[in-house]
Write a new protein. Structure first.
Ligand SMILES: Nc1ncnc2c1ncn2[C@@H]1O[C@H](COP(=O)(O)OP(=O)(O)OP(=O)(O)O)[C@@H](O)[C@H]1O
Ligand SMILES: [Mg+2]
Length: 489
């Protein structure tokens, strides 16, 4: 296998500073680098056996580039010498080091990655495929990218599925900054295909000004999505104004949204600026839009058409630049059929629809979410808690009708209630008996939940062997197949 780093042979004096034996201060040894790369170097010297602290300081003069003093660690020591790795070389030092390595490579006849001979005039090694065009201006950037990908590829073999999700999630959340800078300090967690698709829709729609309609069951993250869009838009330094249309009676909602003039009605003692005007330059989030009265729907439609608002009691039109994001957990198409929602408003809002999948359709995200909140609450409460393997199984087989909010509540409760460090299904209230007493579920739902749970358990227990599953559950093989189909197991 070829190296992921370029190294050149050198003979360069270096001073190594390390902890003296028995904690007696710092010891310094003079030795030489026999090779150098961007990430470390090979030293001639071998430290005494049993060096208990592997961190070393390395001080050396790079001819023409000046003195370097960097911290590193000893990776291994053998007959060839001692391999060291540099910590956190800054950009400037790295570029200098690269210039030095490049100059020293000039004389090398072989590929610095794989050792194949006579490659010094080639642009690419035909053995290992690495780019050898050292004198191109972008070489070092290309090299860093290429070696980064190879390092990740080599490490990823040891990843399990959850590690992969963590990496993907890290990329989306940390690097692409989804969910950052919220004042509520919440992050968007998840790596299932559907949720990655949601992340990508958020990224696409955020920089535009088009209205967005967010749909999804209760607790699926509609509000979080609205905030994520605002945070990733050019409007992020302007107000984000959420308003829940279901929580406020109709006449008050009109005053809240559009404001009023002094004297517009009894009790209007002074002018009131509405939420639309507050949201000037920013975003207004109309939550539970399905609950809005038809009268207000037509006022909203007018706003979407011409961007003017009229305060109650005034005929003056005020121009407002506010982006509208709306959310609902009711099916607006059936509301249209029932005559409680305007079709024309629906089409105005539905220009860009983000449909949040229920947690039960997000595969292993339920475990990732549960672990995320476990980590969060244990830190907040300063408690040591983990999930027992039974708890993980229970999390996997439960349907989570209350979606992410239910995960949050159950995990929070479990962290507080657990008697042992390992949280059990009972702590999470995910044992069968708690499902049975859950008053909001119909008998049919309870049966479905239990049937599905038992099927999943049996499939796992029998390694997906259908005949064994049938025997364990006391049903026929065709019945197992039809249950599998019914519950999409
Ligand atoms: N993917 C996610 N990652 C992390 N936290 C999430 C995720 N989705 C939702 N949450 C959290 O779950 C809770 C519920 O989310 P949110 O309020 O956005 O849901 P909603 O769809 O608006 O629910 P409702 O319809 O009941 O208003 C919030 O605390 C939110 O921060
Ligand atoms: Mg909400």
């Amino acid at each position: 296998m070829s190296r992921v780093d370029i190294r050149c042979s050198v003979d360069l004096p270096v001073n190594v500073l390390m902890h003296a034996e028995g904690g007696k201060g710092i010891a310094e040894a003079e030795t030489r680098f026999t090779s150098l790369s961007l990430n470390g170097g090979m030293l001639q010297f071998r430290p005494e056996d049993g060096l208990d602290n592997k961190i070393v300081g390395l001080r050396y003069d790079l001819p023409r580039y000046g003195e370097f003093e960097i911290l590193g660690e000893i990776l291994r020591s053998n007959d060839e010498g001692t391999a060291t790795r540099f910590y956190n070389l800054n950009r400037d030092a790295k570029l200098k080091l690269w210039d030095f390595i490049k100059d020293n490579l000039a004389d090398e006849l072989s590929c610095p990655y794989c050792g194949k001979e006579n490659t010094h005039k080639r642009r690419e090694c035909n053995e290992c495929g690495w780019n050898l065009n050292f004198y191109s201006q972008d070489y070092i950037i290309e090299h860093e990218k290429e070696s980064f990908l190879k390092r990740v590829a080599a490490k990823s073999e040891a990843f399990n599925l959850e590690d992969i999700y963590k990496v993907l999630n890290y990329v989306d959340v940390e690097i692409l900054k989804i969910g950052k800078n919220f004042d509520i300090n919440e992050e968007f967690v998840g790596s299932s295909e559907d949720i990655l698709n949601v992340f990508s829709m958020i990224r696409k729609v955020a920089p535009t000004d088009i209205p967005v309609l967010i749909t999804g069951e209760s607790g699926t993250g509609k509000e979080l999505t609205a905030m994520a869009i605002h945070e990733r838009s050019q409007r992020k330094h302007k107000p984000y104004v959420p308003i829940n249309c279901a929580a406020i009676p109709e006449n008050l909602l009109e005053a809240e949204l559009f404001g009023y003039e002094k004297g517009a009605f009894t009790g209007a003692h002074s002018d009131k600026v509405g939420k639309f005007e507050y949201a000037e330059g920013g975003t207004i989030f109309l939550d539970e839009i399905g609950e809005m009265s038809l009268k207000l729907q037509s006022k909203l439609l007018r706003f979407l058409e011409d961007k003017f608002v009229e305060r109650i009691g005034s005929t003056e039109k005020r121009k407002v630049d506010a982006r509208v994001i709306a959310a609902t957990n009711v099916n607006l198409k059936s509301a249209i059929a029932k005559g409680t929602f305007r079709k024309d408003l629906f089409y105005r809002l539905d220009v860009f629809n983000i449909a949040l999948p229920p947690v039960r359709d997000r595969g292993d995200d339920r475990v990732i979410l549960a672990r995320y909140f476990l980590n969060k609450f244990t830190k907040e409460m300063n408690l040591a808690r983990t999930f027992s393997s039974n708890a993980i199984e229970a999390i996997k087989s439960y349907d989570w009708p209350g979606n992410v909010r239910e995960i949050i509540n159950k995990v929070r409760r479990a962290v507080v209630m657990a008697k042992e460090t390992a949280i059990t299904p009972e702590d999470l209230e995910l044992n069968i008996s708690s499902i049975e007493v859950d008053a909001v579920q119909s008998l049919r739902e309870v049966r479905h939940t239990i049937e599905k749970q038992k099927l999943i358990e049996a499939m796992r227990h029998c390694n997906n062997n259908i005949s064994k599953v049938a025997r364990i559950l006391g049903i026929s093989r065709p019945s197992v197949y039809s249950l599998k189909k019914k519950y999409k197991v």
